[in-house]
Design a protein around this ligand. Structure first.
Ligand SMILES: C[C@@](CO)(OP(=O)(O)O)[C@H](O)COP(=O)(O)OP(=O)(O)OC[C@H]1O[C@@H](n2ccc(N)nc2=O)[C@H](O)[C@@H]1O
Ligand SMILES: Nc1ncnc2c1ncn2[C@@H]1O[C@H](COP(=O)(O)OP(=O)(O)O)[C@@H](O)[C@H]1O
Length: 303
């Protein structure tokens, strides 16, 4: 048996614009995503006696779970893999329902890793075709890109050059937010047929000219509905600015707030710790990823 270990990185959404509801029940979105250093650890042991998923926290592990679905879908493409079973162990560090994409990252990273480790030879198009069946954010995580413009419901992933190298603080509340609920709340408030609000999409939303413009145009449509329902999250955003963050925003559909730390950040970090000391949150300091680490991060043989 061989055991491979790798990190399944979380993401943040620097921009997130929601368009209309599609006939398949999903919304068109335009988002700029970047992977970050915070990640779950994924261990893959094979050949194993049976397919099994275990996790340090409670997540779905049955045959319909995203990780089991990865195994099912790659076997459909490579039937020779039906001879092998896999044991997948997840050590969770990414909070659940946090808008940091933990479930999508686990599935996308496993798909990407198995494609490389087992030399499946799936090209980008084939990977996206499998990934989108696992979740809207999965194509981004299954890709080699750390910084990308993502469109459609998540199936169009275009890399952006020069990923910003920034230190971040994540404020993760003790509660999660359901992505499906957040999209429904948006439809109720704004209207399901509402297209993108930005009239000049191309210039305002689709282009990332520089790190300065990225930071200037930070935007998340979900803030409008999520803050109305969870006012404490708006107060956390204000605290991040009070502490000296350059920008503060909700990641995805929440519940995590992201603070972009200034270059000289010792004082800001201390103030963040001080300001959130009595709040029911977990504060995590991390960094944006500028390069996807090579796979696997670690490998060893087992008897
Ligand atoms: C909002 C975003 C932004 O990156 O991320 P999170 O905040 O969840 O991490 C994504 O659009 C979430 O992607 P993901 O978390 O993979 O969602 P999925 O499991 O595919 O979908 C959950 C539910 O959200 C709604 N959904 C999702 C994606 C999308 N483009 N339109 C939608 O309307 C659908 O109701 C769907 O049933
Ligand atoms: N590998 C996994 N890791 C985390 N959650 C998972 C996983 N597989 C399925 N889920 C389910 O998906 C739900 C939301 O996923 P998650 O990625 O944590 O949310 P978000 O996209 O908001 O960060 C969780 O509540 C959990 O029940």
């Amino acid at each position: 048996m061989i055991e491979y270990r790798f990190l399944s990185h979380a993401k943040i959404n620097w921009r997130l614009h929601i368009g209309s509801l599609r006939s398949d029940g999903y919304h068109n979105i335009i988002t700029v995503m970047q992977k970050i250093s915070l990640g779950d650890e994924v261990r893959v042991v094979f050949p194993a006696l049976e397919d099994v998923v275990t996790c340090s926290e409670s997540i779905p592990t049955d045959k319909n779970s995203p990780l089991m679905k990865v195994l099912h879908l790659i076997r459909e493409i490579k039937p020779s893999l039906k001879r092998f079973c896999f044991e997948i162990q997840i050590l969770k560090r990414i909070p659940q329902q946090s808008g940091l994409g933990g479930a999508s990252s686990n599935a996308g990273t496993l798909l990407r890793a198995l494609n490389k480790l087992l030399k499946l030879g799936l090209d980008e198009k084939e990977l996206v075709k499998i990934a989108i069946q696992l979740g809207s954010d999965v194509p981004f995580f299954a890709s080699d890109y750390v910084f990308a413009l993502v469109r459609g419901k998540g199936e169009v992933v275009v890399p952006i050059p020069d990923p910003p190298q920034r230190e971040l603080v994540l404020v993760c509340p003790s509660f999660g937010i359901s992505t499906a609920w957040a999209y429904q709340a948006w439809d109720l408030k704004v209207g399901a047929s509402q297209g993108f609000r930005e009239k000049d999409e191309r210039n305002k939303v689709l282009v990332v000219e520089s790190e300065d413009s990225l930071l200037r145009d930070v935007h998340n449509d979900f803030e409008e509905v999520v803050f109305a329902h969870y006012p404490e999250l708006f107060s956390y955003k204000r605290k991040l600015y009070q502490a000296g963050c350059e920008k503060a925003f909700l990641s995805g559909s929440g519940s995590t707030l992201v603070g972009v730390l200034p270059q000289e950040n010792h004082r800001t970090k201390n103030m963040v710790v001080e300001l959130f000391r009595d709040e029911p949150v977990r504060v995590v300091f991390c960094k944006t990823l500028c390069q996807e680490p090579a796979l696997p991060a670690f490998c060893r043989g087992r008897v």
